[in-house]
Design a protein around this ligand. Sequence first.
Ligand code: GAF
Length: 382
Amino acid sequence: MSAELIKDVKKTFVKKFKTEPLLIFSPGRINIIGEHTDYNDGFVFPAAVDKGIAAAIQKSDSGSCTAVALDLDSTIEFELNKLKPSTEGNWENYLFGVVAEIQNRNKIVGDFNIIFKGNIPGGAGMSSSAALENSVVFGLNELFELGLSKHDMILISQKAEHNYVGVNCGIMDQYASMFGVKDHALHLDCRTVKSKPYKIDFKDHQLMLINTNVKHSLSDSAYNDRRSACERISEMLGIKALRDATEADLETIIDKVIPVNYQKALYVIQENLRTVKAAKAIENNDLETLGSLIYQSHEGLSNQYKVSCDELDFLVEQAKKNKHVLGARMMGGGFGGCTINLIAKKEAEAFAKTASKAYQNKFDKTCSVYFIELSDGTHIVK
Ligand code: GAF
């Protein structure tokens, strides 16, 4: 599938710009557990997947830059010294943001042309945004010999999202997309920004995604609000981030925090511990425990952190009714997108069918099922 994307962007690039481009593939990600912990300096457990964004990029001598999003049939021209966030709030903000953040580091980017095409479903919570940002920064680094490390690049991608897109995201998505390792998930410590790869081979079980195909509005502002609430509580506790707090610490300020925010902080503290326990469970090949932690994660996201929605809750309820699903939860920022399910391989197709039918009956719309492969991070395609 990604080979086709590469072929398409290359062909279109050569036809449009009459020169051979540099080709990049940048993946989306899943996350086994550890949601909304990244911006609290905590642990997450993501993996890059075989869906992503292909980019063809080359220097331009026309005096300006052209960018084409093939799947959106959208072309823009821009000049490097006149960059500012577009009010349309579209895909170009990811691109402009990355270029601007590179320039902020006093690195010189020359004119370039770029063509993208992707196969990460929009709003699926699989981070097409990080894939896009990483493809741009990776391509520009290579083309203009900027000397950026992979760590520099993901920080640039993250800043682009903060300053040009307006989402104060953590580092999980950019990290997973850039550093992904085939067949592995990364147990990432978001404070040190270092990870340990875990080979994921669940033998007779597998991970399966079900996309609600909904993305509820206001998700960006709700995300930023939650991040601010966590930061305010950390400040009250006199710590750098909620990663440093225990439930007992939190109890000391129970009278000073409104109950909904107290629950959010409690969720973060508990989710962080769950993520550490999940790593142990995977080491011990203890899938029952892993599954139960995944279900607990969803409970917390839905009832305490309040980032789920009816469609996600419904799919998790369907999973709970099926003894072959060991764990299921919403994945990513929330308010729509996918559930991730840990399920017996031989039952996966049957559950996908039953859950899809029930979803259609309940919401009068379809959900989509994805079987994903864990893949390498952002790379050049020869
Ligand atoms: C989004 C953000 F981009 C990530 O940084 C992370 O916070 C995630 O939501 C929730 O875990 O994908």
